[in-house]
Design a protein around this ligand. Sequence first.
Ligand SMILES: NC(=O)c1ccc[n+]([C@@H]2O[C@H](COP(=O)([O-])OP(=O)(O)OC[C@H]3O[C@@H](n4cnc5c(N)ncnc54)[C@H](O)[C@@H]3O)[C@@H](O)[C@H]2O)c1
Length: 340
Amino acid sequence: MATRRVRIGIAGLGRLGKSHGLNLAHRVVNADLIAACSIVPEELEWARSELGVESVYGDYGSMLDHAGLDAVFLATSSAVHAAQSIQALDHGLHVFSEKPMGVNVEECRAVEAAVAARPDLVFLIGFVRRFDPSYSYAKKLVDDGAIGEPFLVRSQTVDLDEYAPFQVRFVPTSGGIFLDMNIHDIDLARWFLGDEVESVYAIGGSFVHPEFESVRDADNTVALATFRSGKMAVFGVSRTAFHGHDTHTEVTGSKGTLKIGMTPAKNRVELFDSSGARVECVRDFYERFSEGFLAEAQEFVDCILQGRKPTVTARDGTKATEVGFALTESFRTKSIVRTY
Ligand SMILES: NC(=O)c1ccc[n+]([C@@H]2O[C@H](COP(=O)([O-])OP(=O)(O)OC[C@H]3O[C@@H](n4cnc5c(N)ncnc54)[C@H](O)[C@@H]3O)[C@@H](O)[C@H]2O)c1
């Protein structure tokens, strides 16, 4: 008997959506990308020519009515994730949503309720680092007791300076630096420490690009988080690096420390010459996490076909947004903020 396949419609074909689209069309096993939606007409042309998708839609609701659709893959702007997730679940469709699940806590709770109302459907929130081979191996080591009881996570997300002008334009729909970038570090800290954040304190500034200040954002931030049990996290973001995309994480426990991706090396080549010794770095999040992006899409399809639920849940989506929101509030009010 032929293996059942999952028929997917993708919404959002921008910076990340195009990469997800290529994975779904060409690399994910047992997936058929049969529809695509974007509010940008050129992106729909791109979907026809590069993804071979014949059914393209400028309107999301119309794509949901596409005959035979099983699932949607959301890579749209963050501000519409929650509404589009709920609409698809109400249509009886499985949902993959890019992070963040929503840009405020109320809409995340509404997504959680919609997910709970449809236990027959798979909902997967794209916390891609959980699917990266190094991060998932580190998690296994922590769970196996390799560093004893973990009590401190230090995690940062750092992007190249050349993307800053794009980021300034992106802020109004992304939820800002904490929800857009630190959300991954927040999710990792909760995942590794197995605990919930109780209070946060965030500072930052527009040290290189004053334009961020005009949209109430920052180009560099640092934050402290205290967990209910007293465990700790330190989060950093920079939008002004010159060496590459530099995401890394350190987890310290009672018996040791794990360091994940401390040098953002492009590969295992090191050049030794008259200038010294150096490695090339990955340029962007996609290059760093390309294996994770493929693995999360495959997990979404496998969960649907095998009737399983992903280990990352809508609750994780809400909790991360809750902390991201508290960090934003702390940064703006210059005070310690307790989470809900
Ligand atoms: N997991 C990660 O590491 C990671 C990295 C980058 C981006 N993202 C997330 O992916 C999402 C997309 O980011 P991006 O950089 O590709 O943004 P982008 O602005 O380049 O693309 C957004 C896309 O959404 C489409 N869109 C917006 N509103 C829509 C609507 N109502 N209906 C249909 N299409 C709509 C646009 O046409 C465009 O194709 C964001 O939520 C972002 O947070 C995640």
